[in-house]
Design a protein around this ligand. Structure first.
Ligand SMILES: Nc1ncnc2c1ncn2[C@@H]1O[C@H](COP(=O)(O)OP(=O)(O)OP(=O)(O)O)[C@@H](O)[C@H]1O
Length: 252
């Protein structure tokens, strides 16, 4: 693919007076690992919902893998692996059945056991998802996103609920997928991990992209020391918390 993996132009989503995503111009290059950061309520999950056509924008436009999510949603979902922020599993179905379902839907040829092996869940393949712990559920949802070797992985908070082994595994998977040629776009509050895996990050604040670039570029733009952490950078760009912010018109 020659164009960007994700491109939004003036993308806006309002809920009544609340502006969740505000005139967002975002470009994620083909083949990069992009960390999408921002305080609670900044608009990250809403943006992902728009990109995947789970939500419709108030205004603006976007392309994902060169497709218009509103026109080409079936094609798009065939080429993207998504780990949504709030996923639900079928309590009565085993991990294997969950994988088989996605494999069938995507007309993929994966072996369920080897996909679950990748996320460290092969031992639980024939247990019902209702018996899984939170971290096991997260691993299953990630495995479902990996089915079919997607061109783009969209991961909303992939580290949630994972033990240190799981966190490391996610990082390794992100690198493996990147090496395979996939673009990886993920949101996270686990900034130490973001620092370890991302080529570039964008920081969203009150629905607006306040900065974007490599960690080095972001550090130098706010005159931070060369050894400043991702957390230092994040705090410098988002000095006021988003929670309970009134970001409607005239609210900032
Ligand atoms: N269905 C909804 N109705 C009304 N407001 C909503 C709805 N969903 C999200 N919002 C608001 O949109 C804003 C952005 O929320 P969003 O979930 O996208 O943030 P986020 O950056 O993903 O936050 P977090 O880091 O806490 O997951 C918040 O102010 C939130 O209250």
């Amino acid at each position: 693919m020659s164009g960007p993996a994700i491109e939004t132009v003036d993308l806006t989503k309002r809920y009544g007076n609340q502006v969740a995503v505000d005139s967002l111009d975002l470009t994620v290059r083909d083949g990069e690992i992009y960390g999408f950061l921002g305080p609670n309520g900044a608009g990250k999950s809403t943006t992902i919902g728009l990109l995947m056509d789970y939500l419709r924008p108030t205004s603006g436009s976007m392309q994902v893998l060169g497709l218009d999510p509103q026109q080409d949603v079936v094609d798009l979902h065939g080429r993207v692996g998504v780990l949504p922020d709030r996923f639900s599993l079928y309590e009565d179905l085993t991990g294997r059945r969950h994988l088989e379902f996605v494999i069938d839907t995507k007309h993929a040829t994966n072996d369920p056991e080897s996909v679950l092996e990748r996320v460290g869940l092969a031992d639980a393949i024939d247990r019902e998802a209702g018996e899984y712990s939170q971290g096991m559920g997260q691993r299953l949802a990630l495995a479902m996103a990996l089915v079919g070797g997607p061109d783009l992985l969209v991961l909303d908070e992939p580290f949630t609920g994972l033990d240190p082994h799981g966190v490391r595994r996610v990082r390794e998977i992100v690198h493996e997928e990147h090496d395979r040629g996939a673009t990886v776009f993920f949101s996270s509050h686990v900034l130490g991990q973001v620092e370890l895996v991302c080529d570039r990050v964008g920081i969203l604040h009150h629905g607006r992209l306040v900065t974007e670039g490599s960690l080095d570029e972001l550090r130098s733009a706010v005159d931070l020391e060369a050894d400043a952490s991702m957390e230092d950078v994040f705090v410098a760009y988002t000095d006021t918390p988003d929670v309970n912010a009134t970001s409607g018109e005239g609210g900032r």
